[in-house]
Design a protein around this ligand. Structure first.
Ligand code: NAP
Length: 247
């Protein structure tokens, strides 16, 4: 479904981003991906993607929260791959705590990594997409950005911000053939959610109509739809991938 296309996926050394890279590569897409610190994992993954799927794959250590680094990254990826068709702003972190205890640093770190990063990368690739009069941008938000969650004021604010950002960008650049959508995963089994204790996990799963946590592949399949030509009339939307937790 993505034969001959190239995607840049931020934060693909593990978790949802890794699942995305695998599903996209399986569908013929060349993969540029980033990571923060997992150098060895990323190098092994780069080789695995190329060997398994016969596509071009390259990992870049790049801090998505850094404006200049994001611009440098876009230039490097475009030089290495020739063109980019799909941008997935997936990199994200949590620094969960109640508001009473939340520090300014915890607030800033989450907003910069989760929300400012989407601005940084979208801005960095915009001229390229405008020149091609094509592009699909997918922002990884969260159902928590829709519902809010105690202990996650920083995270929920960053994810709600991404939804407003997605709709605004979609309105600005739709006339140039560029689409921008958001995907809102619910409870997905990755290292991010592994940190939660068993009781908290069970409480989450009990609230899910499909009675299971999601997998990175579940999220990747929704992104595959939004990245591919199956969704050429879909922009500015938020697609919840949450087993029906939020309707
Ligand atoms: P994860 O397993 O913790 O993986 C996070 C990825 O982001 C890693 O590849 C990490 O690289 C990278 N990363 C972190 N900070 C970065 C930075 N400053 N610059 C570049 N890359 C950075 O997380 P996940 O569960 O896959 O989540 C992926 C996205 O889905 C996040 O935006 C998250 O908010 C969202 N989401 C997750 C869930 C869930 O249940 N898991 C639910 C809703 C939304 P290193 O390996 O180098 O650290």
């Amino acid at each position: 479904m993505l034969q001959g296309k190239t995607a840049l996926i931020t934060g693909a050394s593990r978790g949802i981003g890794k699942g995305l890279a695998e599903v996209f590569a399986k569908n013929g897409c060349n993969i540029a991906f980033t990571y923060a610190s997992s150098v060895e994992k990323a190098m092994a993954f780069e080789k695995e993607l190329a060997d398994t799927y016969g596509i071009k794959a390259k990992g870049y250590q790049s801090n998505a929260a850094d404006f200049k680094a994001s611009d440098d990254l876009a230039n490097a990826v475009i030089a290495d791959f020739g063109k980019v068709d799909i941008l997935i702003n997936n990199a994200g972190i949590t620094r969960d705590t109640l508001m009473l205890r939340m520090t300014e640093e915890q607030w800033d770190e989450v907003i910069d990594t989760n929300l400012k990063s989407a601005f940084n990368l979208t801005k960095a690739f915009l001229k390229h997409f405008l020149g091609n009069r094509a592009g699909s941008i997918i922002n990884m938000t969260s159902i928590v950005g829709i519902t809010g969650n105690a202990g996650q004021a920083n995270y929920a604010a960053s994810k709600a911000g991404m939804i407003g950002f997605t709709k605004s960008v979609a309105k600005e650049i739709g006339s140039r053939g560029i689409r921008c959508n958001a995907v809102a995963p619910g409870f997905i089994e990755t290292e991010m959610t592994e940190a939660l204790n068993a009781d908290v996990k069970k409480a989450w799963v009990d609230t899910i109509p499909l009675k299971r946590g999601g997998t990175p592949e579940d999220v990747a399949n929704a992104c595959l739809f939004l990245a591919s030509d199956l969704s050429t009339y879909v922009t500015g939307q938020t697609l919840n991938v949450c087993g029906g937790m939020v309707m």
